[in-house]
Design a protein around this ligand. Structure first.
Ligand code: HEC
Length: 200
């Protein structure tokens, strides 16, 4: 028995032994199985199609978009517990004292507002939201109005059509109002000093 046939499990090794030899090493022509080659080429053709489907042109197909939609759905499910909130003083002050719902406003704030008002509310592009000085706000429901309609010709954007539910505006207003309980030394005061929320 020679060394060529020793490890052979092919029917006819002489037929398929390749005709080269490197440093005395010879090899059989054992092609990769068809199913393997199929997967190889299929994944090559699949990848650009997959990428184009999720990342080119059409909005709303990425995993991030999907996650956002699901979060919005969860929020809306929970909104049925509180109904349609009115943007008035009584409601905003009430939800200021409900940590569970304040978190909803807090998450709207984190997603949309920190770029101009800073995570702690101290302000950068927009004013400090934690002090007693306000430009467009005299009483607490004005906060909801500013969020809804914007201010200063859009340098504070209107959020009416960007937030999916009115309750988000009311709960965000409650969250903003609550920031005044923990003033931070951010941007210097702008506007006029106003009394505490309860007194307006
Ligand atoms: C693109 C930057 C920008 C973003 C994003 C932004 N704001 Fe503002 N915001 C401003 C500016 C600028 C003002 C000041 C407007 C003015 O001069 O009257 C302002 C003012 C405000 C005021 C009134 C402050 C006052 O003193 O009258 C509130 C309340 C407010 N923003 C809340 C929010 C909330 C809530 C969000 C997120 C949903 C948000 N802002 C997102 C720029 C921004």
């Amino acid at each position: 028995m020679n060394s060529k046939t020793e490890f052979n499990n092919q029917p006819d090794p002489e037929q398929i032994l390749m005709d080269h030899s490197y440093d005395g090493i010879q090899e059989y022509d054992n092609p990769l199985p068809g199913w393997w080659k199929f997967l190889f080429w299929a994944s090559i053709f699949f990848a650009p199609a997959y990428w184009a489907f999720y990342h080119l042109g059409v909005e709303g197909r990425t995993i991030q978009d999907d996650h956002d939609r699901q979060m919005a759905k969860v929020m809306e499910l929970r909104f049925s517990e509180i109904g349609e909130l009115e943007a008035n003083q009584e409601t905003i002050l009430k939800y200021m004292k409900e940590p569970k719902w304040l978190k909803v406003g807090g998450s709207v704030y984190k997603t949309n507002c920190v770029s101009c008002h800073k995570a702690d509310g101290g302000g950068s592009v927009g004013p400090n939201l934690t002090d007693d000085y306000w430009k467009n706000v005299k009483s607490v429901e004005d906060i909801a109005r500013v969020i809804e309609q914007g201010a200063a010709n859009g340098s504070m954007p209107a959020w009416k059509n960007r937030l999916s539910h009115k309750n988000q505006i009311v709960l965000t207003a409650a969250y903003i109002a609550s920031l005044r309980e923990k003033p931070v030394s951010g941007k210097a005061p702008e506007g006029d000093p106003i009394p505490p929320w309860e007194e307006n």
